[in-house]
Every structure is written in structure tokens, then in C-alpha cells.
Design a protein around this ligand. Structure first.
Ligand code: FAD
Length: 415
């Protein structure tokens, strides 16, 4: 058993922001646990790219998210890891930039370590049990932040959660990202023309992927194109068996898409599959049912909260959980909504917060706040709240003053 002040589980963008901010806010011993051999979560292991909008709706000059998110972007720029004039970034640069950031802040990191059980006493989380090449160990702490993306810790601790949409609990599809290299961009047709060629290939029976179009982005390298276009529907991201099936289906889709691109799309004649994500990308899995559940109405009506920890305006963006099509609702130009601290506070356990993707929101609201900028902002807010809680001794997270957390975030330059 090792003892810390704060243990953050999951080294994705939300976990990094939580751990770094907690240290900066005065927490002494902070441990960050990550199952892979590098940090970044979906931004690196899922090869997800680029950052979705972090400004007021349709107003790129009115930035809403500053703080640690802006620092990551700036560090990436200095490292040469951001594409000039865009929000595309290089995943390898991201790995080293994040690692330096957490080590510089004084956070202890433990890689290759999986959180697999919890030890609860009454309404407190005492320790998480982890498995690694060292065997089984217990990491005890006064407070914990669950940044596993799937709310693994909250689930193990027995707090309530939901999954998928109300009618059938199906989640948004999973997507294995991949990149094609040696592409001659000067010959690449318009998106509309690529989609027309894709429809033709579908009609010839060459495509099994249910996605309606070919979603692709530029990268740091002129000859490399990023694809976020495979689609595995009706699989369960929190079942190892279903995830295994999903990985196999997605890998077939990557090669199906590569065959189509090389064979039918100008510019791809000499291209090849350069890389796939370390794992399939999971858009949605558990969402905790916390002290407040953010709803689609809150997003579309631009809700305001005293305990606001993040302002955001990314559209509601639901990739069809069962097949073709994507539903999108944009906020009016200049609009934004607020996310309250309470969405990170699970029920029953007094010393646990959940940050990042699985916070308390309905299926539609989740589809907006799940993207990277908001996950970083929520992580930073969790770090502020953890420091505040630890200074006050045994106070429960739910009893913290949300307006005071907001004020601390203002001071930390988050808004
Ligand atoms: C296909 C796809 C496309 C997307 N496109 C975009 C986009 O274009 N722009 C955008 O801004 N966002 C996009 N997103 C959303 C975004 O990438 C993620 O929602 C966000 O990065 C989640 O951050 P997180 O820190 O909450 O979780 P994650 O990034 O999932 O991090 C969780 C971390 O915890 C670790 N972990 C998990 N379980 C355990 C455990 N039990 N023990 C130890 N470690 C554990 C994981 O390895 C991981 O490092 C996309 C997502 C997907 C799947």
C-alpha cells in the first residue's frame, strides 16, 4: 500500500490537466496512473485530431477555453507539433510535450498500470487496486479523480451511471483512426467528389462501412491525410469481447477504405496505410449520474450556472449509434453554454470526482462536451476542486462551494 494526497486515474488530456492543476494549487503528493506506456489518451492512443472548436459558436476569435488547454497548444506550437494556422497536431509530439508538462509540475506518473478494483470504507474511496508487471498494489489517497474516459473507478466504487441513448442504450459508434501517406494532395478532388466516388464504391458492394461519407483531415505532413471515417455500430465499449469484435471489424474497414482510396481516388495512387490508432476510438461509454445531469436543453438554451467550470459551444454531434447518418445541432452565432462543477461529482462517494468524457450529461449534451478542449477544461477544474477539498480536510466534494471553484479557475486563467 502506497499513500498519496491525490490519485488521478487515467493519463488522457483530462487526467493530465487534473494532476498538473492539483500540483499547482498546492497538493503535495499527486500520482497519475495510466495503463499505456505514454500519456495523452484518445489524443495519442486513438490518433484523434484536430482539436474541435474552443470558441463561441462560429466566432473563432472569441476563445472560451484558455488555461491548461491553451498552455498545451502553446507548448505544442513551440515544439513544432501544431500545424501552422490550424488546430491539427502531431500525436508523437503530444506524447513528449505532455510527459514534460506533468513531470515539470512534480506529478509522479505510473505507466503500464491498470486500475482494476477499489477499496471502499463507508462512503469513502480508500485505495485503488492496480495491476502491472510489478504485480498487484494498492494506491491509497485522501482524494481521487477518475479520468479513465469510461468512469471505471466510479463504476467500481458503485456509483450510478448510464450508457448510450435512452431508447436502446446504444452508444455512438467507435472509430479506428488511420493515416494514408505518400498522397499527392495537388491531385486530390473535392470532398464532394470523394463522397461521390465512395457512393459508387458502395453501390458496387465494395464498402461495408455504414458511414455516409469520407471524413478526413490534414496533418502536419503535406503528403499525409488523416481519416476518422471507419464506423463500428452496436458494439459495447465496456465489454472486452465486444471491443475485440469492434477492433477486428474496424481494422477490416481501414483496409477496405485504403483499397478504395488507392484504386479510385486521384492523388492516392501511390499512397499507403501509414499508421492506425493504438486502439479503436471510443466516443461514448459510461456517463455518471452525478449531482447535476447536463441536458440537451441546457446546451441549446445556453444555460448559465454559479458553479460554472467550463464554457463551451461545440455543436451537438451524434454519429448514428446504429448505422448511417450524423445528427448535428449548432448553437446560434456567438452563443455558448456553461458546464457546472456538479456534473463531476458522483453520488455516494464523498472523495471522488470524475472528469473528462464520462461526466454527468444526457446522450445529446455528452455529444458536445466529449471533445478534447472541454475534457481538458474539466480536468483542470477537477484539479482546483481537489486542492480545495484537501485543504479543508474531510469535507465531501459535493459540499464544496462551486462559486469558489469558479473563482479559483478565473484566477488560474481558465476562462
Ligand atoms: C473517433 C473519435 C473522434 C474524435 N474526434 C475528435 C476531434 O476531432 N476533436 C476533438 O476535440 N475531440 C474528438 N474526439 C473526442 C476526444 O478525443 C475524447 O473524448 C477526449 O480526448 C477524451 O479525453 P479523456 O481524458 O476524458 O479520456 P481519454 O482520452 O479516453 O483518456 C483516458 C485515459 O485513461 C486510461 N485508462 C482507461 N482506463 C484505465 C484504467 N482502468 N486504468 C488505468 N488507465 C486507464 C486510458 O488509457 C487513457 O489514457 C473524438 C473521439 C473519438 C473516439
Amino acid at each position: 500500500m502506497r499513500k498519496y494526497d491525490l490519485v488521478v486515474c487515467g493519463g488522457g488530456l483530462s487526467g493530465i490537466a487534473a494532476a498538473v492543476q492539483a500540483k499547482r494549487s498546492g497538493v503535495k503528493n499527486v500520482l497519475l496512473i495510466e495503463r499505456y506506456g505514454f500519456l495523452g489518451g484518445m489524443a495519442t492512443n486513438g490518433l484523434i485530431n484536430p482539436f474541435m472548436p474552443y470558441w463561441k459558436s462560429n466566432e473563432p476569435k472569441n476563445v472560451l477555453i484558455h488555461g491548461i488547454f491553451a498552455e498545451i497548444m502553446e507548448e505544442m506550437r513551440l515544439f513544432g507539433g501544431m500545424k501552422e494556422g490550424s488546430d491539427s497536431f502531431d500525436a508523437e509530439c503530444m506524447k513528449i510535450v505532455l510527459q514534460r508538462m506533468v513531470l515539470k509540475a512534480g506529478v509522479e506518473i505510473l505507466l503500464h498500470t491498470f486500475v482494476e478494483q477499489v477499496h471502499i470504507k463507508n462512503d469513502r474511496l480508500v485505495a485503488v487496486r492496480v495491476a502491472s508487471k510489478s504485480g498487484i498494489e494498492f494506491m491509497a489517497a485522501d482524494a481521487f479523480i477518475d479520468c479513465t474516459g469510461d468512469a471505471d473507478v466510479a463504476h467500481l466504487a458503485g456509483t450510478p451511471w448510464e450508457i448510450g441513448r435512452d431508447e436502446d442504450h446504444q452508444c455512438q459508434p467507435m472509430t479506428l483512426s488511420f493515416r494514408m501517406a505518400n498522397v499527392d494532395r495537388s491531385k486530390m478532388p473535392s470532398n464532394k467528389e470523394i463522397d461521390r466516388l465512395y457512393d459508387e464504391a458502395k453501390a458496387r458492394g465494395e464498402i461495408t462501412n455504414p458511414r455516409e461519407d469520407v471524413l478526413h483531415f490534414s496533418t502536419m505532413q503535406d503528403d499525409v491525410v488523416h481519416f476518422n471515417t471507419t464506423r463500428v455500430v452496436m458494439h459495447n465499449p465496456i465489454s472486452a469481447r465486444s471491443l475485440t469484435d469492434a477492433e477486428c471489424i474496424a481494422r477490416e474497414q481501414v483496409w477496405e477504405m485504403a483499397r478504395f482510396l488507392i484504386g479510385h481516388v486521384p492523388g492516392f495512387e501511390n499512397a499507403y496505410v501509414q499508421v492506425t490508432g493504438t486502439q479503436i476510438g471510443v466516443r461514448e461509454s459510461r456517463r455518471i449520474v452525478g449531482q447535476y445531469v447536463l441536458t440537451k436543453d441546457d446546451v441549446m438554451n445556453q444555460a448559465r450556472f454559479e458553479d460554472c467550470v467550463c464554457r463551451f459551444a461545440y455543436q451537438i454531434d451524434i454519429h448514428n449509434p446504429t448505422g448511417t447518418g450524423t445528427e448535428r445541432w449548432q448553437l446560434p452565432t456567438g452563443g455558448y453554454y456553461e458546464i457546472p462543477f456538479r456534473v463531476m461529482v458522483p453520488k455516494h462517494i464523498v472523495n471522488l470526482l470524475v472528469a473528462g468524457r464520462p461526466v454527468s450529461a444526457d446522450h445529446a449534451a455528452h455529444s458536445s462536451l466529449r471533445v478534447m478542449p472541454a475534457c481538458v477544461a474539466l480536468g483542470q477544474a477537477a484539479g482546483v476542486a481537489a486542492a480545495m477539498k484537501l485543504k479543508k480536510g474531510s469535507v465531501a466534494f459535493k459540499d464544496l462551494d462551486g462559486a469558489a471553484i469558479h473563482a479559483e479557475l478565473e484566477k488560474a486563467g481558465a476562462f
